[in-house]
Design a protein around this ligand. Structure first.
Ligand SMILES: Cc1cc2nc3c(=O)[nH]c(=O)nc-3n(C[C@H](O)[C@H](O)[C@H](O)COP(=O)(O)OP(=O)(O)OC[C@H]3O[C@@H](n4cnc5c(N)ncnc54)[C@H](O)[C@@H]3O)c2cc1C
Length: 467
């Protein structure tokens, strides 16, 4: 195998705020991965696996090195509709997965806010859903995976076999090996619909106490937080708690479980292609416009109500407007997500939101979730909440924004919080050491030495944080 020079291409993160050029090699079979490892070793290049490449930061970027494009290794290898166990290649997307299992009355146990992610990407980041407080991260639903190590060894891991590697490769940011197949348990559903309660929370204190008190009564809970609101209204928002329907609650489950029922329409009002919508949103994505949109959203959600929504609509709202992130303009967007214990979250986020207002760098969108800890090595979870904040990046604010997010890191650390390696782009080596602990980093490095003695697997994030 020789390096196809015409594959040298510029890749970006999801928010288009970071770029890096790499040799992009399309992987079809596990043998291609091994051959690429051999080639990289010969040429002295570093390698990063990439699924869809829609992480918010530099975790799947590898400037000057090789990127293994895993999206072509995307076969669903086995599906048992009786037991709900599925075995997939690692480039299978959540979209392929739910569309395979849903008509048979199953749903993926954990999904991200977009269905475009691959299973390999989801395991490496160990994604959480709106049910993290109940069902943990995706890794807790993996029965077995196989992965190819840079040593050329193919390993099989389960929670009880090779368990140190099981708990480290899942959450391991693709730095220990490359997933080749993944076996997972799906979750039984009795309808294609969820029952959703929606209600307002007038301030941060109520926002968080409502999530905490109501979470045990729902399968999923998520909050939208108006990050532009000040004073007594700081932290206000709208909460959505959703429950699966029980047997008999949907009079026509055979209909609602069909894919056409779950379809997200690609035209607005049946006329305008939604792929154009971000152009119309662009003029409003500034401090004034987003303040107005946040106020309108809050005011129109003041009535407490219940409605039924398809699984796809509830989970993948962010896919509703294709390329919405483009509306943030040329500089793109950064997402800052902090995970803070329930006892300290309110004070910490009051400070974060307050600072963002003082410095005139408000976040335009805020999303809250409820979490519980898990035992994966590079875990981001806590017994508390997460707040994801989206910031617009411009040539003018890039440096001040970065400085502000580093200040945020200090506040979150003091509050006993953690960070998510698929989102934040400012986390430094010191911050990672502070929240993961020296022991965890040491263990990760030891496993890295065992799986990848030549340090072949490296990403821009790895060089930023772990080297
Ligand atoms: C709109 C949007 C909403 C999101 N919502 C959520 C959410 O609700 N919850 C959540 O937890 N996350 C969420 N995310 C983050 C997203 O789930 C993760 O970033 C996920 O890793 C992206 O999947 P990907 O296939 O694009 O992975 P990539 O970005 O391509 O890669 C992510 C990591 O996985 C590694 N990797 C990829 N494939 C393999 C493989 N086969 N073997 C080994 N390593 C591999 C890469 O090296 C990298 O470290 C969201 C992202 C977006 C854009």
């Amino acid at each position: 195998m020789s390096l196809p020079l015409n594959t040298f291409t510029q890749l970006e993160n999801f928010g288009h705020s970071l770029k890096a050029s790499s040799y992009r090699i399309r992987i079809k079979r596990a043998e291609d991965i091994f051959e690429t490892f051999q080639l990289a070793k010969k040429l002295g290049l570093k390698v990063t696996a990439r699924g869809t490449g829609i992480s918010y930061n530099d975790v799947s970027l590898n400037g000057g090195g090789i990127v293994l494009d895993m999206s072509g290794m995307n076969q669903i290898l086995e599906w048992d509709r009786g037991s709900g166990v599925v075995r997939c290649e690692s480039g299978v997307t959540l979209k392929q997965l739910w569309q395979c299992v849903e008509p048979d009355g199953w749903w993926p146990p954990v999904v991200s806010g977009t269905m475009k992610t691959t299973l390999g990407g989801c395991l490496s980041a160990n994604i959480h859903g709106k049910n993290n407080f109940q069902n943990g991260p995706i890794g807790e639903h993996v029965l077995e995976f196989t992965a190819l190590l840079p040593t050329g060894e193919e390993i099989t891991c389960t929670p009880n076999g090779n368990s140190d590697l099981f708990y480290a490769l899942i959450s391991g940011l693709g730095m220990l090996g490359v997933f080749t197949s993944i076996t997972m348990q799906m979750k039984r559903i009795h309808s294609g619909l969820l029952s959703v309660d929606a209600w307002p929370a007038p301030n941060l204190s109520r926002h968080l106490s409502d999530i905490c008190e109501n979470a045990p009564h729902y399968d999923y809970i998520v909050g939208w937080l108006d990050t532009t609101a000040h004073g007594h209204s700081l932290g206000r928002g709208l909460l959505h708690g959703a429950q699966q329907l029980k047997v008999g609650e949907d009079p026509r489950p055979q209909e609602s479980l069909q894919l056409k029922f779950q379809h997200l329409p690609d035209r607005l009002f049946g006329v305008m292609p939604k792929s154009y919508l971000h152009y119309f949103m662009n003029p409003f994505v500034n401090n004034l416009g987003m303040r107005g949109i946040n106020i309108a959203r809050y005011v129109t959600g003041l009535r407490k109500h219940n409605f039924r929504q398809s699984h796809a609509e509830f989970h993948f709202l962010l896919d509703y407007v294709p390329h919405w992130e483009r509306s943030f303009g040329r500089g793109g967007l950064i997402q800052y997500q902090s995970f803070v214990p329930k006892e300290t979250a309110e004070a910490a986020w009051r400070e974060l939101i307050g600072i963002s207002h003082e410095r005139r760098l408000p976040s335009y969108v805020g999303v809250t979730k409820r979490h519980r800890p898990d035992k994966f090595l590079l875990t981001h979870a806590v017994d508390g909440f997460s707040l994801a904040m989206d910031f617009k990046v411009t040539d003018k604010n890039r440096t001040t924004l970065s400085k502000m997010l580093q200040d945020f890191d200090r506040i979150v650390l003091e509050a006993g919080g953690r960070f998510y390696f698929a989102k934040n782009s400012e986390t430094s080596a010191e911050t990672a050491r502070a929240f993961l602990g020296a022991g965890t980093i040491q263990k990760f490095k030891e496993l890295k030495k065992r799986c990848d003695p030549d340090n072949l697997l490296e990403s821009n994030l790895f060089r930023r944080i772990f080297r």
